[in-house]
Design a protein around this ligand. Structure first.
Ligand code: ADP
Ligand code: ZN
Ligand code: MG
Length: 480
């Protein structure tokens, strides 16, 4: 039997509050100038007192509720003591014994991954090590920024599963607007605990740090599983330690042996009062939770029935999904369900393949996006009713994208109207027939494909405006 991998994740998330966790300094992840968002509190000067950021508490509870957690009425902060140059106080205010949220879960591919807790702490400053210098620099802008930590139970069984957990979590955090949760910017940081075992008893775990992207999460864990397998296969033991993922060398490197909770001399934070999270407060926060990705996935499937790939684009890109729904609400009312599904399919296809192409991968939000949902709905209706050909539709959409004008206006101005007048088409058909006697002969001799050439000629003659369906009908009629 092969070794079964077991993975538990610890995820840190910088909350997007206006101010820091215990002082009024600005929490601005985009501040480039070092040491400007600092004050005696977050610099750890003696004699100052921290004040709890209420918004950070609310955002943590909101996250916990969205991950099916219990919110105990009582919670408190603890002091975690250690020395490091990026930690000016010499301790971090965190939560060890009474976290804000506990016992939740997050579904990944239909499996529940249990969440042990979500708690709140403060971030450290940043050390900068200039190349070839014999000194290091420190930036305290980040010191004291609210940092939410989520800990899973060891329920994940593959590197891919861990990556998907992190991606699902990121999307939820973004739906909740509690954090931008960008891994590359360190706003969401994943640490993975990995072990391997042949029986029910879990093996010795190794903690991997420095996983700075979803890809790194998957590659780092895969590497570690393989490393442990080889060790165990050759009869060696896995050492409990912390290892760092080196993305360039594609391997994990030992950093230090694991420290225990008692190494930190945890004790209740004496400068802060305990927290009382009333049922009323929790209910209030619950009511603020928007529709979450999984609910949206299910609802879209039921209400609109576009294909699953399209649904996923709308779920992953919240603004785009909202735009789609606005378009749908502008479609002609009282449509029979059949037609509605056909229209929504058309709309989702045009939005995803054509519009996203025009947007070049950018989202509709934040852009000066000129096409109003009303105009997009009108465009879809025109296409659905075959008032314009698919070729014209592309021209029309590009024009709408450029100018924001409404479709009927553009159609008039660019003379995009489809020719549906049979007499007019028949006239062109007869011209084309008289110009191509050889092809007509071939067709009459039974060469079916010859008609395609003739259709093409008629379409060209009409500058793409003839209704292709009518052209084919009339050609066939005239030729037989
Ligand atoms: P520690 O006391 O060393 O911090 P915890 O029990 O608090 O360990 O767990 C920390 C993280 O490691 C959690 O995410 C948990 O799910 C995970 N974990 C615990 N034991 C194992 C194991 N044997 N293999 C993989 N992950 C584990
Ligand atoms: Zn401060
Ligand atoms: Mg622990």
């Amino acid at each position: 039997m092969d070794y079964q991998p077991t993975i538990g994740l610890e995820v840190h998330v910088e909350l997007n509050t206006k101010s820091k966790m215990f002082c009024a300094c600005s929490n601005d992840p985009n501040e480039k100038k070092p040491n400007v968002n600092v004050c005696p509190v977050c610099l750890g000067h003696p004699g100052v007192l921290p004040v709890i950021n209420k918004e950070a508490i609310r955002k943590t509870i909101k996250t916990g509720l969205s991950l099916n957690c219990q919110i105990p009425e009582h919670s408190k902060f603890d002091r975690k003591n250690y020395f490091y140059p990026d930690l000016p106080k010499g301790y971090q205010i965190s939560q060890l014994y009474m976290p804000l949220c506990k016992d939740g879960f997050l579904g990944v591919d239909g499996r529940k991954i249990r969440i042990r807790e979500v708690h709140l702490e403060e971030d450290t400053g940043k050390l900068i090590h200039p190349e070839d210098a014999d000194y290091s620099l420190v930036d305290f802008n980040r010191a004291g920024v609210p940092l939410m930590e989520l800990v899973t139970e060891p329920d994940i069984t593959s590197a891919e599963g861990a990556r998907k957990f992190a991606q699902n979590l990121q999307l939820i955090l973004r739906y909740l607007s509690v954090s931008a949760a960008d891994m590359e910017k360190g706003q969401m940081r994943v640490e993975a605990n990995v072990s391997a075992s042949k029986d029910k008893k879990l093996g010795t775990k190794v903690e991997i740090k420095n996983l700075n992207s979803f890809r790194a999460v998957e590659r780092g864990i895969d590497y570690e599983i393989e490393r442990q397998r080889e060790l165990l296969d050759s009869g060696e033991e896995v050492l409990q330690e912390t290892r760092g993922w080196d993305d360039i060398k594609s391997k994990t490197v030992s950093q230090r042996e694991k420290e225990e909770a008692h190494d930190y001399r945890y004790f209740p934070e004496p400068d802060l009062p305990p927290l009382y999270n009333s049922k009323q407060l929790v209910e209030e926060i619950k009511a603020e939770i928007p529709e979450l990705p999984q609910q949206k996935r299910e609802r879209f499937k039921k209400e609109y029935q576009p294909d699953e790939k399209n649904i996923e684009v709308f779920v992953q890109n919240k603004d785009f999904g909202e735009y789609f729904e606005k378009v749908i609400s502008e479609l002609p009312p009282n449509l029979p369900r059949e037609n509605l599904f056909k229209l929504t399919k058309l709309a989702s296809n045009y939005l995803i393949t054509d519009l996203q192409g025009l947007l070049k991968g950018a989202s509709v939000a934040g852009l000066d996006f000129l096409i109003t949902p009303e105009n997009f709905a009108e465009f879809i209706t025109l296409t659905y009713e075959k008032k314009i050909s698919s070729k014209m539709a592309k021209i029309l959409l590009t024009e709408m994208f450029k100018t924001g004008a409404d479709p009927s206006h553009i159609i008039k101005e660019k003379e995009l109207v489809q020719i549906t007048d049979e007499a007019e088409i028949e006239k062109i058909v007869k011209e084309v027939i008289s110009k191509n006697p050889k092809v007509v002969e071939d067709y009459k001799k039974g060469k079916e494909t010859a008609i395609q050439y003739l259709i093409g000629q008629v379409m060209a003659e009409s500058r793409g405006k003839a209704s292709p369906q009518l052209v084919k009908e009339i050609l066939t009629k005239v030729l037989t």
